[in-house]
Write a protein of this length. Structure first.
Length: 228
């Protein structure tokens, strides 16, 4: 499987709903929420086509995370609302929406991993798509549920990744507008306080191989002169 780029990739976010989050125990729920919203915001900024789906919104599963709704309003309006279908790929509307993106590389995340992610991820591979599942934007009711799901997914040819990992792969170069935007989001994923965001951006570069941020000497000189 080759590396993904923003030009050949679509995102698929599955069932990131408030009610389902209450069931998650395999990962910190705050981390899970931040990672899911990160992906939505990155997709919006990079103009990566995104398919959203939810399950039984009027029941205990509830509504999609507000952060995802806000980041991807059009995708939210066009979301596939499943009434009871577990494997979203079995819903013709969902499968057709994914095909309609025209992309053969899929980045998938959702809850729960062992119930709602595993089916469409494997079905997509069987149809010839290249699939990466974002582990820290997915979760299950138990840790063993995640572990078993990861084993099944990798055995089926799915590649596992993380929020930071897939963002680095897609951005490719931190010294770009998209790269700078992605780095600005990393502190929120790592749950840094606001006053540490500058440090977080530097740490984000180091953790993901981006190196230290470039200093614009002319801008610094201009600010210094203006402060005198």
């Amino acid at each position: 499987m080759q590396l993904f780029t923003t030009k050949d990739t679509a995102f698929v976010l599955i069932d990131h709903q408030y009610g389902i989050f209450d069931w998650i125990e395999s990962i910190d729920r705050g981390q899970l929420r931040r990672s899911a919203v990160f992906l939505a915001r990155l997709a919006a900024r990079a103009e990566i086509p995104t398919v959203l789906t939810t399950s039984q919104e009027t029941n205990v599963q509830g509504q999609l995370l507000k952060g995802i709704q806000k980041a991807l309003p059009e995708a939210y309006r066009n979301r596939i609302i499943r009434v009871g279908i577990v494997n979203a790929w079995d819903d013709p509307r969902f499968a057709e929406a994914v095909r309609a993106t025209g992309k053969r590389n899929l980045v998938i995340a959702g809850v729960t991993t062992d119930v709602c992610v595993i089916g469409p991820a494997i079905s997509a591979v069987e149809e010839g798509f290249n699939v990466q599942v974002v582990t820290d934007a997915s979760g299950s009711a138990t840790k063993i549920g995640d572990e078993v799901a990861w084993q099944r997914l990798t055995s089926a040819g799915v590649r596992l990744t993380s929020t930071a990992g897939i963002s680095a792969e897609l951005v490719h170069n931190w010294d770009t507008e998209l790269g700078d935007y992605a780095l600005s989001l990393i502190p929120s994923v790592l749950s840094f306080p606001v006053k540490m965001r500058v440090f977080g951006r530097i740490l984000g570069r180091l953790l993901t191989g981006g190196g230290l941020p470039r200093v614009d000497s002319q801008r610094v000189a201009s600010k210094s002169a203006g402060a005198k």
